[in-house]
Design a protein around this ligand. Structure first.
Ligand code: HEM
Length: 526
């Protein structure tokens, strides 16, 4: 290092550059010294750029591990470490490799980020673009995204959601019998089976009878390959026989199946068939828009034509968006309910009451909407254990977050949802599970700004009403027809972060059929 700096200092001022080069004695410079110098300069640059980006917000004073930052911690993220970060300040930061990450922990800052499409857009890992395909609508931004979403809204209206219920109920019944069979020898971890039921419900809702049971089984079995390929830390280039390669192969296989289903849906609706699934609903919307346009050529085309490929890619994003969050919600819902006999009894009582005492009355939208208490249990579960705790966004330009701090362009800006949902000002005793807090007109319902389970702003979850109906119907039937026992372990209440959040012991349960679903359990003394 001295050789380099000394030679430069002594000669550059007085000699022309060419002569300096020819006179310079390269034999004195060892490659090691060059490498070390470059490394030192890079380290200084890394620390200085971290300081400049950090400004006055909370975060480590220096990058303790040069370059990588807390990369190793991020490979096995711990909920407690996230919590400590949220508690460290309304805005905090961390730098991993060259990526500067700003975490917005308060309700208002989280909402600000989520509602600032001018400054931020959702951030996905590099490989997601290859797996979901660059043409996928989820990568649209600004007006193009808003316009595309408008054509999807029709798939999640009350009327549309109503038509999906009979398909969903078939899957609930099939899996509830399977759960009894699986745990007939005693409690077992249900984490994988809950992922499977959620995958099956989604596929049946999206594709109706166009998808075969074998295809459902294949997708449910292989879906984990897609989750693994999209883990935060993965090689961005797809190399044969690596996780990302298997993930891409699986995603292509799934989209091929969806493309075939979309073709069948078009045929079915063209021939006057009844709409029963999301793909049918989509084709009906296109037909309706086409008819309106031909009746009145001046009118605006509300829903344009979508190719089978486009439909398959969008439906794939629904599966992708729902799978992890819904599986997490299923684990917590069953565990929480099974641990509380008083809640079980109230759900059971309500389920019978709304069916006029006949447990075999099939599910319908009207029926689910009468399940006020069961719905409050679902809502409280989502508040108490929100499946999505953070949503990563990326700064398209400098993002003004407070009067004294703006997140730099290119940084990752992460609004957190969990703290707003555990805010004692909005939810008294937030660490307690209290379904009754959701009584109509109560404080929890009025704290609308805190309800961030499904995000907010232009990317707010498309499936939120769908989710509420699904879980209310599912847990209601489960409780009415089964005894559900939870084996409590020291890890049951500990939170594991795996894209979303799960009980660390993978939710150990036992299902057994009730002899008579019309008989309520004995009243539990408190
Ligand atoms: C418990 C289950 C679920 C939870 C907790 C959940 C939560 C979320 C959250 C937090 C977001 C990001 C919102 C934002 O950036 O502001 C989101 C986006 C999204 N969700 Fe869900 N979700 C669930 C299930 C579903 C289901 C079942 C579907 C589809 C049927 C779905 C479809 C979507 C889509 C398409 C987006 C992206 C919307 C866009 O970018 O415009 N989600 N969800």
């Amino acid at each position: 290092m001295e050789v380099l700096t000394a030679s430069f200092a002594n000669t550059t001022a007085s000699l022309p550059f060419n002569q300096y080069l020819s006179d310079f004695d390269f034999s004195q410079v060892s490659w090691l010294k060059v490498i070390l110098t470059t490394l030192c300069l890079a380290m200084v640059y890394d620390q200085v750029s971290y300081q400049l980006s950090k400004g006055n917000i909370a975060g480590p004073t220096f990058k303790f591990y040069p370059f990588i930052g807390p990369f190793l911690e991020s490979l096995d993220p711990k909920f407690e470490i996230y919590q400590a970060k949220w508690n460290s300040g309304p805005l905090s930061c961390v730098s991993i490799f060259h990526k500067f990450v700003v975490i917005a922990s308060t309700r208002d800052l989280a909402r600000k980020v989520l509602s600032s499409p001018k400054y931020v857009k959702p951030c996905v890992v590099d490989v997601a673009v290859k797996i979901l395909r660059p043409s996928n609508w989820v990568f649209l931004d600004g007006k193009a995204h808003v316009d595309y979403r408008k054509s999807l809204n029709g798939l999640f209206t009350r009327q549309a959601l109503e038509m999906y219920i009979p398909q969903q109920e078939k899957i609930y019944d099939k899996y509830l019998s399977k759960f009894v069979e699986l745990s007939k020898d005693g409690p077992i971890p249900f984490f994988h089976d809950f992922r499977e039921i959620m995958c099956a419900v989604s596929l049946k809702t999206f594709c109706g009878d166009y998808i075969t049971d074998d295809q459902i089984r294949k997708i449910a079995d292989d879906y984990y390959l897609i989750t693994a390929a999209l883990e935060l830390v993965n090689f961005p280039i797809i190399i044969p026989y690596t996780k990302t390669w298997y993930g891409k192969k699986t995603a292509d296989m799934v989209m091929k199946i969806f493309e075939g289903c979309a073709g069948k849906a078009k045929e079915h609706i063209k021939n006057g068939g009844e709409a029963i699934c999301v793909m049918d609903a989509w084709v009906e919307l296109m037909e309706e828009a086409r008819k309106n346009k031909s009746d009145n050529p001046e009118s605006k085309l509300l829903v344009r034509e979508f190719s089978n490929k486009e439909i398959s890619e969008a439906i794939f994003t629904f599966l992708f968006a729902s799978q992890d969050a819904s599986s997490a919600a299923t684990c917590w819902l069953y565990q929480i309910v099974a641990d509380r006999p008083d809640v079980v009894r109230k759900i059971h009582e309500e389920q019978l009451a709304v069916r006029g005492g006949d447990p075999n009355v099939p599910l319908s939208l009207d029926l689910i909407e009468k399940m006020t208490y069961t719905n409050m249990v679902v809502k409280e579960t989502l508040r108490y254990r929100p499946p999505v705790i953070m949503v990563p966004y990326v700064a398209k330009q400098k993002v003004p977050l407070t009067e004294s701090y703006s997140a730099p362009k290119g940084s990752m800006v992460i609004p957190t949802l969990y703290p707003a949902l555990h805010d004692p000002e909005a939810y008294e005793n937030p660490e307690e599970f209290i379904p009754e807090r959701w009584v109509a007109g109560g404080a929890a319902e009025q704290a609308k700004k805190n309800w961030l389970v499904f995000g907010t702003g232009p990317h707010v979850c498309l499936g939120q009403q769908y989710v509420m109906l699904l879980f209310t119907g599912l847990i209601g039937k489960s409780v009415m027809f089964n005894h559900i026992k939870h084996k409590v372990t020291p890890l049951s209440e500990k939170i594991k972060v795996f894209a979303t959040i799960f009980p660390q012991d993978d939710c150990i349960l036992e299902f057994s059929k009730r002899d008579d679903p019309t008989v309520l359990d004995a009243v539990v003394a408190h």
